[in-house]
Write a protein that binds this ligand. Structure first.
Ligand code: NAP
Length: 298
C-alpha cells in the first residue's frame, strides 16, 4: 500500500491544451488567413450527447475557431445523414467533422464513418486513420486516448519497457490507446470480455488504462502498488440519496473503485474530473492540426 496516490486532475492539463490551441489558432489566422472550423453532427435527442455537443460548440468558439452544430431529428434517414457528411467534406470553412455517436439504431454508423474525409476525421475513426496510427504515419488519433497519453507521459516520464494493460478493445478507445502505448515503447497487453484472470493481468501492469464501461469493476487489490491508473469509464448510477434517486438523479462513477485503488496506486485519475476533461481539449487540438495541414497544402 502506498496510500499516497497522486490525483491526476484533468482540469490543469485541459486548460494548458486549450491555451496552446488558442495561440496556434491566432497564428494560423494571422499567417494564413485561415480560421479552423469544426462541424458536429447530432442525430436525435439523447440528453448525454446533447450536453457533450453543446460543450464542444462552446469550447470551439472559446478557442477562436468557427463552430457549426447540425442537429438532425431522430428519424433522419441514412441518405440524409450521408448527404450532410458529403457536404461537410466539401465545405472549405470546415476542417473537422465529428458525427456524435451512438447514432439512433436505424442508422449504420460504419457507413457514415467510412464516408468521412480522413483528413477531417477529428475523432480518428476512419480505417485510414486507424491504419496510419498502426503504421506510425501522420494522421488524426482519437481524442480520448490522446488525452490519456498526456496524463500518462506526465506521470511516467520514461515509458520505455513499462508494462501497460489496456482494459477494453473498442475502436474509439482501447485499440488506439494500445497503439499509442506501443509507439511509446511500452510492453502492451489488451484485455477484453473474453480475457482470463483480469485481476492477475492488471496486477502486472505499471500503467493500467480502464475503458470497459463497467462501474467500479477494477478493485483495489487488482492494482500493482505504485501503478498509474487511468480511468476512462463514465458510468451513471442512481444517486446514493434515496430521495434524489427516486427523482431519477444520478451520479457518475468510473470503471475503477477509486478509493480502494487510490490507496494502492502511485497516481490515479478521478471520475468525474479526470480524463473526460481532456477529451474536448484534444478534439480542439485535432481540429487545429487538421486545419494547419489543409492550409499547408493549399
Ligand atoms: P465499448 O465500445 O462498449 O467497449 C467496451 C470494451 O470493454 C469492449 O472491448 C469490451 O470487451 C470490454 N468489456 C466490457 N465488459 C467487460 C468485462 N466485464 N471484462 C472485461 N472487458 C469488458 O466502450 P468504449 O467506447 O470503449 O468506452 C468505454 C468506457 O469509456 C465507457 O464507460 C465510456 O463511457 C467511456 N468513455 C469515456 C470517454 C471520455 O471522454 N472520458 C470517451 C470515450 C469513452 P469486448 O470487446 O470483448 O466486448
Amino acid at each position: 500500500m502506498t496510500d499516497t496516490a497522486r490525483i491526476l486532475h484533468g482540469k490543469p492539463y485541459a486548460e494548458a491544451i486549450r491555451a496552446e490551441v488558442a495561440q496556434r489558432v491566432e497564428r494560423l489566422k494571422a499567417e494564413r488567413g485561415v480560421t479552423p472550423g469544426l462541424a458536429v453532427v447530432l442525430v436525435g435527442d439523447d440528453p448525454a450527447s446533447a450536453i457533450y455537443v453543446r460543450s464542444k460548440g462552446e469550447q470551439t468558439i472559446a478557442a477562436g475557431m468557427h463552430s457549426q452544430t447540425h442537429r438532425l431529428p431522430a428519424d433522419t434517414s441514412q441518405d440524409e445523414l450521408e448527404a450532410l457528411v458529403v457536404q461537410l467534406n466539401r465545405d472549405t470553412a470546415i476542417h473537422g467533422v465529428l458525427v456524435q455517436l451512438p447514432l439512433p439504431a436505424h442508422l449504420d454508423s460504419a457507413r457514415v464513418i467510412a464516408l468521412l474525409d480522413p483528413d477531417k476525421d477529428v475523432d480518428g475513426l476512419t480505417t485510414i486513420n486507424a491504419g496510419r496510427l498502426a503504421v506510425g504515419a501522420e494522421g488524426l488519433v482519437p481524442c480520448t486516448p490522446v488525452g490519456c497519453m498526456i496524463l500518462i507521459r506526465d506521470a511516467v516520464p520514461d515509458l520505455k519497457g513499462k508494462r501497460a494493460l489496456v482494459l477494453g478493445r473498442s475502436n474509439l478507445m482501447g485499440k488506439p490507446m494500445a497503439q499509442l502505448l506501443l509507439a511509446a515503447d511500452c510492453t502492451v497487453t489488451v484485455a477484453h470480455s473474453r480475457s482470463k484472470d483480469l485481476p492477475g493481468l492488471c496486477r502486472e501492469a505499471d500503467i493500467l488504462v480502464a475503458a470497459v464501461g463497467r462501474p467500479e469493476m477494477v478493485r483495489g487489490d487488482w492494482i500493482k502498488p505504485g501503478a498509474v491508473v487511468i480511468d476512462v469509464g463514465i458510468n451513471r448510477l442512481p444517486s446514493k440519496d434515496p430521495v434524489k434517486a427516486a427523482e431519477g438523479k444520478t451520479r457518475v462513477v468510473g470503471d475503477v473503485a477509486f478509493a480502494e485503488a487510490a490507496a494502492v496506486a502511485g497516481a490515479i485519475t478521478p471520475v468525474p474530473g479526470g480524463v473526460g476533461l481532456l477529451t474536448v481539449a484534444c478534439l480542439l487540438q485535432n481540429t487545429l492540426t487538421a486545419a494547419e495541414r489543409i492550409a499547408g497544402r493549399a
